[in-house]
Each structure stands twice: as C-alpha cells, then as structure tokens.
Design a protein around this ligand. Structure first.
Ligand code: NAD
Length: 260
C-alpha cells in the first residue's frame, strides 16, 4: 500500500512509535527511525525492518527538544529519500505533579518535546508533501488531548495544543492532498506507562497491580490496556485511501474513556 513512500516516525525506538514503524514498513514504506536508547537494540530494529520488509531505513538520534537537531534530521531524511510522505509526531514524555509544585524545567521539556517539535517537523515536511500533492501527518495525542486529569498540567496542555496544531495543518493542507489527524489513545502498555505504574505505586504505597487496576484502568471502561499494535493499525488505516476524507479529527482509541 505504501511502496515508494517514506515515513518518519519520531520516538520510534520504543513503545507506540516502534510499533508504528514496524507496521508502516510492513505496508511498504521506507522508514526514518528516531529516538533514544541502546545503540545495539536500535540497530537490531533497523536491520529487522530492512530484512523483513525489503524497505530502506535511516536512523536519526536527533534530540527533538532542539530545533537545530530537528532541522538536521529532516535534512538527512530528505537527502536520503527525497520527501517525507508520512510524518508521525509521536515522541513524548510525561511528568506528574500539582501545578504549584510543577518543576519549570519539566514544563519546558514537555512543551518542547510533545508540542513544539511537531511544529518544526511539520513546517519542514509540508513543502515536499504539497509539491507531491500527497502527505499524511499523524500527531500522537492522547485522551489527554480531549480531557484533563489532575497533576498532568504540562502534558494535558501540550496534547491539547497538538490537537490544535493538527486542525490548523489539516485546513492548510486540505486542498494540497495533505491530511492531518490526532490519534488519542487511552492507556497503552509501553515503557512510558510501566514507569508511571512504578512511580505511582511508590508515591501512593500501592502494589503495581493495584495501580494498574484502581488508578490507570479506572478511567478506561474496557478495563484493558490499548496495545501498541492497535494504535499502529489505526495509523496504517489513516495512510490508506479509505481514510482520505478523515482530516483534522481527534480520533479516540481509548476503550471508552472519553465517552464518560
Ligand atoms: P515510550 O517512552 O515508550 O517512547 C517514547 C519515545 O520517545 C522513545 O523512542 C524515546 O527515545 C523518544 N524520545 C524521548 N525523548 C526524546 C527526545 N528528546 N528526542 C527524541 N526522541 C525522544 O512512550 P510511548 O508510551 O510509546 O509514547 C509515545 C507517544 O504516545 C507519546 O507522545 C505519548 O504521550 C503518547 N501516548 C502514550 C500513551 C500510553 O499510555 N503509553 C497514551 C496516550 C498517548
């Protein structure tokens, strides 16, 4: 379905981003991986994608909190593949604290990574998409792009902002073949959530099992985590011809969380 196209997925060395990279490679796209992690493990993922799916790959270690590094990553991708046809702004991080205690450096980090980075990648990818009259931009929102929870001020603000950026991108790209949407997952079982479970257990004096069931899945009516593969299948669908009229939408995949 995506043969000859190139997909750049930020934060694709782990969790949801990695699952999306594997899925879009299975769909035939060349893949630009990005993110931090163990160099050997990242190289193994890169080799696996090339071997299993006969596509080309590039890895960028760009720190997305730095505009110059994002510029270099996009230049390297364009030099290697000509255009970035599919951009998935997925890299993100979380910090949990009441507003009055919220560390200023954590606020700055979350806004830079979860929101501003997507502005930079989008502004650099759009010209090529417009020239080719085809582009798909998928921004990784969250249920927290639609509703709030206490103690997550920076994350909720960044994700709501990302939803706004998606809508503007959708309107500006609408007659140029560009589509932009926000996927809004509920809790997905990834290293990010594993860390949150451990931290919450320590902070509240609960077992990890109690945190999973009584804190995280309390908000998720199905009482089941979303899987990274389900989010990846959703992203793949958004790149398919059947999704060509889905534009500027906040698309929930949250087991009913935001239906409440
Ligand atoms: P994860 O921690 O497993 O992966 C995060 C990725 O971002 C990693 O590849 C990491 O190396 C990369 N990254 C972190 N800082 C970076 C930086 N400065 N520059 C470049 N890359 C950086 O997390 P995940 O759970 O897979 O989350 C991915 C996205 O999905 C995030 O935007 C997150 O907010 C969103 N999301 C996650 C959940 C969930 O429950 N896991 C729910 C809703 C939304």
């Amino acid at each position: 379905m995506l043969a000859g196209k190139t997909a750049l997925i930020t934060g694709s060395t782990s969790g949801i981003g990695k699952a999306i990279a594997l899925q879009l490679a299975a769909d035939g796209a060349n893949i630009v991986l990005n993110g931090f992690g163990d160099a050997k493990e990242i190289e193994a993922v890169r080799e696996r994608i090339e071997r299993d799916h006969k596509v080309r790959t590039l890895y960028s270690a760009a720190d997305l909190t730095k505009a110059a590094a994002i510029g270099e990553m996009m230049e390297a991708a364009l030099a290697e593949f000509g255009t970035v046809d599919i951009l998935v702004n997925n890299a993100g991080t979380q910090f949990v604290s009441p507003i009055d205690d919220f560390p200023v450096d954590k606020w700055d980090l979350i806004i830079a990574l979860n929101l501003t980075a997507a502005f930079h990648t989008t502004r650099l990818a759009l010209p090529g998409m417009k020239t080719k009259e085809w582009g798909r931009i998928i921004n990784m929102g969250s249920a927290h792009a639609r509703v709030a929870s206490p103690f997550k001020s920076a994350y909720v603000a960044a994700k709501h902002g990302l939803s706004g950026l998606s809508k503007v991108t959708a309107l500006e790209g609408a007659t140029c073949g560009v589509r932009c949407n926000t996927i809004c997952p509920g809790y997905v079982y990834t290293p990010l959530v594993e860390g949150q479970i451990a931290d919450t257990a320590k902070a509240r004096g609960m077992t990890e099992e109690q945190v999973k069931n009584d804190v995280l899945l309390a908000a998720q009516p199905t009482k089941e985590f979303v899987t990274p593969e389900q989010v990846a299948a959703f992203a793949s669908f958004l790149c398919s011809p059947a999704a060509a009229q889905i534009n500027g939408a906040d698309l929930s995949i949250d087991g009913g969380w935001t239906a409440q």
